[in-house]
Write a protein that binds this ligand. Structure first.
Ligand code: NAD
Length: 247
């Protein structure tokens, strides 16, 4: 129960990696705030399952790209729980296309949700964490932000931006007792990657030294480490969870 009594906000937690991080945190004793943007029913199911571990769980709607909505969520959480110990910036989307076919709107949407969403939540939550003199912020980036990917220039730029943001904020907030780290998942089996063809999936797997796709649990386990006291002397780092794909 290494997260017992902690309060954690997980963005985009109604499914996929965010859902699994929320469930894992709850199993280890954390109260969890399940942020979602559209699927309230799925979010409520996550909360119900989390509560079966004997912790508190709250479902709160907010579009991460909207600073006002994010600030309201943070206010609500603070009123209800009294502290915010862990923030996981997980919400993300893809709008893939080759550069010449990519619309300005698809570029902006991916930047606004993946990168600006991380800025919005980090800004709102860090005010609380600074007062508390402690906190853990975990940004879910991607190995694509490190090595790039044809057809994903918007996504790669946003995820690379998250890494620069993580390192900068780690430097700003280190003296305040706040750890800021990023996770860079490789190929993880979720709804986001289910759209890929079997051929592409096989191609990915053949390039992974551990010879399998990652599971959301693989990401959640490292998120637990970064959220817990076991990582108290770790900040500004990017941890790849990719079966060795990038090294
Ligand atoms: P997913 O599509 O299953 O989950 C993304 C979640 O973000 C969804 O619940 C979605 O509703 C939510 N979301 C989208 N826009 C939002 C908004 N404006 N406000 C609030 N929530 C919003 O994808 P996933 O695979 O679970 O991905 C989770 C994170 O991990 C993403 O940031 C993704 O980029 C990153 N990632 C995933 C992989 C992978 O292989 N699956 C690899 C690297 C990085």
């Amino acid at each position: 129960m290494c997260l017992k009594g902690k309060t954690a906000i997980i963005t985009g937690a109604s499914r996929g990696i965010g859902r699994t991080i929320a469930m894992t945190f709850a199993r280890l004793g954390a109260n969890v705030i399940i942020n979602y943007s559209s699927n309230e029913k799925a979010a409520q199911q996550v909360a119900n399952e989390a509560m079966s571990f004997g912790v508190k769980a709250e479902v709160i709607k907010a579009d991460v790209s909207n600073l006002g909505e994010v600030e309201n969520l943070v206010k609500k959480v603070l009123n209800q729980f009294g502290s915010i110990d862990i923030l996981v910036n997980n919400a993300g989307i893809t709008k893939d296309n080759l550069l010449l076919r990519m619309s300005e709107d698809d570029f902006d949407k991916v930047m606004n949700i993946n990168l600006k969403g991380t800025f919005n939540f980090t800004k709102a939550v860090s005010k609380v964490m600074i007062k508390q003199k402690q906190g853990k912020i975990i940004n879910i980036s991607s190995i694509v932000g490190i090595i790039g990917n044809s057809g994903q220039s918007n996504y790669a730029a946003a995820k690379a931006g998250m890494i620069g943001f993580t390192k900068s904020i780690a430097k700003e907030l280190g003296s305040r007792g706040i750890n800021v780290n990023a996770i860079a998942p490789g190929f993880i089996e979720t709804d986001m990657t289910s759209v890929l063809s079997e051929g592409i999936k096989e191609q990915f797997i053949s390039a992974i030294p551990l010879k399998r796709a990652g599971k959301a649990e693989d990401v959640a386990n490292v998120a637990v480490f970064l959220a817990s006291e076991y990582s108290d002397y770790v900040t500004g780092q990017v941890i790849n969870i990719d079966g060795g794909m990038v090294m």
